[in-house]
Design a protein around this ligand. Structure first.
Ligand SMILES: Nc1ncnc2c1ncn2[C@@H]1O[C@H](COP(=O)(O)OP(=O)(O)OP(=O)(O)O)[C@@H](O)[C@H]1O
Length: 590
C-alpha cells in the first residue's frame, strides 16, 4: 500500500509540474504524438530544474531509498545497489547504481525506473555531474495512472507569494514579536539539540476572515526563505497518505493546514469508526497528531507547521496542546494603525485630511484589512480611494447598526447555527480580536466552546469537552462518584468545570497564563474538592504550574532569592523549565 502511494505521489508531482509548465494544447499534441509512435511513455526527472534543486528528484530518490531492497529481489533486478545513511536520516537507504534499472509494480502495472548520471565537461575538463531518473510505463496505462494521481495532485501545493513583513499591516509589536520568534527559532539549532527538543515550531493563526492569516504565512516564508506546502486535509483519504506527504515535505519549509476547524472532520481519537464521515476514508486526528509529534519531528531540519482557523474555540484541544502549537497568534480587524500601514502601502501616503473620518469609523466597526485593502486598490487616485473607503465603511456601519436592532436568535430562544456563527464572531470582535488591545489575561473563559451537548456515560457535557471527560474517566476513574451533590445535572456541571480547566491548560502555553488566572482555577478546583470530587491530581498540577510560572516569569511577584531557591529545589534552569512546561502543562494529566 505504502509503495503504491509513494509511486502515486511521485508521479502526481511530476504530472503537476508537467501540466504547469507545458500549455494544454502542446501537452495534448505531445501525448497524441507519443501515443502514435511509441508504446512506452517516459518521464524524466532531472536533479535540477530551472536552475534550482528539483523536489521531484529528491522524492524519487527517497522513494527508491526506502523501497529498493524489497523490489530488488524480483527477477531481472540489478545486482548492485548503493547504500548509505545521511546525517539526518533515521535509517540506511539504498539507491540504484548509475545506469541501472529496476521494475516496480504499481497497481499491477510494471513501471521501469532507471537512474542516469553524466559528467559535464568544459574544454575536456570535468565540471559537474548531471543526474536524472527515468520512469517508463506502457502508454495504454496512462489514463489509469492519471486517474489514480488525480486525488494526490490537489493535496500538496507549493506556493509562492510576494507578501513580506514590510507589506503586511500588523498592529503594535506583533510584527517584531513574530520576527524575533522566527529568528530565534531559525538560529536555535544548537539550542534545540542541547535541550533534546526537535527543531520544529508550531503556530496557530486565528482570527476572522480576511485579517491576514495566509498573508502572514507568506511573509514568514519569505522572511526565512522557506517553501510553503499547503495541505488540504479533507482531500487526504488515509493516515498513510498523510504520512507519506509529510515525509516528502522538504527541510526548511512551512507546512500549512488551513481552516483546521472545518476543512476536515477529524475523528476523535477515542472514536472507533475512522471512515464514517467520508466514503473513501479520511485522515484521522490521531494520524495528524502522530505526524506532528512523530514523523514531522524526526525527519529533517527546521520545520514549521501552521494551522489557521477562524474559530479557535472549535479546534480539538489535543491539537492546541502546548508543545504542539508553540505560538498562538491572533489576527484581528483593522485598527487605526493597520489602516495607516495599508494606506502607506497601497496609496503611498502617510497622512491626509480624510484620514480622520476613516479612523473614526474604523474605531467603531469591525472591518477586515482585506476589505480595506480592496477599497484602496480601486483607483490609482488616493482621494478617490479614501472617499470610496469612507462610503464603504459608512454603509457597513449602518448595516451593523440595523443588525444590532434585530433581536438575536439566541435572545428569541432559537438555535440557528448560522446566526450563532455571526454573533460569535461579533463577540470576538469586541473582546480579544483587536491585536492592538492588550490581552485580557485575568478574564478566564474556562469553557470556550459551542453550545451543543453530548452524553458521556450518564453525564451530559458540552460536545467539545467530551474527549477530555472520556480521557479523564479512563485515567482517574469516576471522580464524581462520592460527590455530595446527587443529581446528574449538578454532577455534569461540576465535571464540565474540571474539564474546562483542563481544556484551558491544554490550549494555552505557560507564556500566556497569568498567576491570577491560575489562582482562579485553583479556587474552582478547591471548591470541587470541597464537594468531594476527586481532583487532587489537578490541584497538584496547578500548584506545580504556579511554581513554574513564578520561576520563569521575571515579572512575577517572586523575589530574586526565592527564584534561585526554587530553581535549585526543582534542579532545572529557567530556559529548560520554561521549555519543559511549554510542552507539558498537561502531559500525564489525562
Ligand atoms: N494585515 C494585512 N496586511 C496587508 N494586506 C492584508 C492584510 N490582511 C489581509 N490583507 C489583504 O487581504 C487579502 C486576503 O487576506 P488573507 O487571505 O491573508 O486573509 P485570511 O485571514 O487568510 O483570510 P481567510 O480566513 O478568509 O483565509 C490578502 O491577499 C491581502 O491582500
Amino acid at each position: 500500500m505504502a509503495s503504491s502511494l509513494s509511486i502515486l505521489a511521485t508521479l502526481s508531482i511530476i504530472r503537476t509540474t508537467f501540466n504547469d509548465l507545458i500549455p494544454k494544447e502542446i501537452r495534448n499534441y505531445l501525448l497524441r504524438f507519443i501515443r502514435r509512435f511509441s508504446s512506452e511513455f517516459t518521464l524524466v526527472i532531472e536533479e535540477t530544474h530551472d536552475g534550482s534543486s528539483n523536489h521531484l528528484f529528491k522524492a524519487a530518490m527517497e522513494y527508491l531509498g526506502s523501497h529498493l531492497l524489497s523490489a530488488s529481489s524480483a527477477e531481472g533486478s540489478p545486482k548492485r545497489l548503493t547504500v548509505g545513511k545521511s546525517e539526518n536520516a533515521r535509517k540506511i537507504s539504498f539507491g540504484l547504481d548509475k545506469h541501472s534499472e529496476i521494475v516496480d509494480i504499481f497497481h499491477g502495472i510494471p513501471m521501469k525506473w532507471r537512474y542516469n548520471a553524466d559528467v559535464n565537461t568544459t574544454n575536456n575538463q570535468p565540471r559537474s555531474e548531471s543526474r536524472w531518473y527515468e520512469i517508463s510505463f506502457q502508454k495504454n496505462h496512462a489514463e489509469m495512472v492519471k486517474g489514480k494521481r488525480e486525488r494526490w495532485c490537489s493535496d500538496t501545493i507549493k506556493l509562492d507569494h510576494p507578501m513580506t513583513f514590510d507589506t503586511l499591516a500588523l498592529d503594535g509589536d506583533l510584527r517584531n514579536t513574530i520576527i524575533e520568534d522566527l529568528d530565534s527559532f531559525i538560529n536555535g539549532k544548537e539550542y534545540y539539540k542541547k535541550i533534546g527538543k526537535v527543531w520544529k515550531r508550531g503556530y496557530l493563526l486565528y482570527g476572522p476572515p480576511g485579517t491576514g492569516k495566509s498573508s502572514l504565512i507568506a511573509a514568514m516564508a519569505n522572511h526565512l526563505n522557506f517553501d510553503i506546502y499547503n495541505m488540504n486535509l479533507s482531500a487526504i483519504y488515509s493516515d498513510s497518505s498523510l504520512e507519506y506527504l509529510l515525509l516528502h515535505v522538504s527541510n526548511r519549509s512551512i507546512l500549512v493546514i488551513e481552516d483546521i476547524d472545518c476543512t476536515v472532520k477529524l475523528q476523535n481519537r477515542e472514536a472507533g469508526d475512522q471512515t464514517a464521515s467520508h466514503p473513501h476514508g479520511q485522515a484521522t486526528l490521531s494520524g495528524l497528531l502522530n505526524a506532528i509529534d512523530g514523523l514531522l519531528s524526526c525527519c529533517g531540519d527546521a520545520r514549521i507547521i501552521v494551522f489557521t482557523t477562524n474559530y479557535k474555540d472549535k479546534i480539538d484541544p489535543a491539537l492546541l496542546r502546548a508543545g504542539r502549537m508553540d505560538k498562538h497568534i491572533c489576527l484581528t480587524y483593522c485598527t487605526v494603525s493597520t489602516f495607516k500601514q495599508l494606506a502607506a502601502n497601497y496609496l503611498g501616503i502617510s497622512n491626509h485630511d480624510l484620514f480622520s473620518r476613516v479612523e473614526k469609523i474604523i474605531k467603531e466597526i469591525s472591518v477586515s484589512p482585506a476589505e480595506v485593502a480592496g477599497e484602496l486598490m480601486k483607483s490609482k487616485d488616493p482621494i478617490n480611494c479614501l472617499e470610496g473607503l469612507i462610503q464603504f465603511l459608512e454603509s457597513k456601519a449602518s448595516d451593523s447598526e440595523a443588525n444590532s436592532e434585530q433581536p438575536k436568535p439566541e435572545e428569541e430562544g432559537g438555535n440557528n447555527k448560522k446566526q450563532e456563527k455571526v454573533s460569535k464572531s461579533k463577540g470576538s470582535t469586541e473582546t480579544d480580536m483587536k491585536n492592538s488591545d492588550p490581552p485580557n489575561h485575568n478574564a478566564i473563559t474556562f469553557v470556550v466552546v459551542g453550545c451543543n451537548s453530548t452524553s458521556v456515560g450518564e453525564y451530559t457535557i458540552k460536545e467539545e469537552l467530551a474527549p477530555i471527560l472520556k480521557a479523564l474517566f479512563m485515567k482517574h476513574g469516576n471522580i464524581v462518584s462520592n460527590c455530595s451533590l446527587k443529581s446528574m445535572q449538578c454532577r455534569s456541571s461540576l465535571l464540565e468545570i474540571a474539564c474546562g480547566i483542563i481544556h484551558k491548560l491544554q490550549s494555552t502555553t505557560l507564556d500566556d497564563l497569568t498567576e491570577p488566572q491560575l489562582q482562579s482555577m485553583l479556587a474552582s478546583v478547591s471548591d470541587l474538592e470541597s464537594l468531594n470530587l476527586q481532583v487532587g491530581w489537578l490541584h497538584k498540577r496547578l500548584d506545580e504550574i504556579i511554581e513554574a510560572l513564578q520561576l520563569v516569569k521575571p515579572s512575577s511577584t517572586l523575589k530574586e532569592d526565592d527564584r534561585k531557591n526554587l530553581s535549585q529545589t526543582i534542579s532545572c534552569n529557567e530556559p529548560e523549565l520554561s521549555c519543559f512546561y511549554q510542552r507539558s502543562l498537561v502531559d500525564g494529566l489525562l
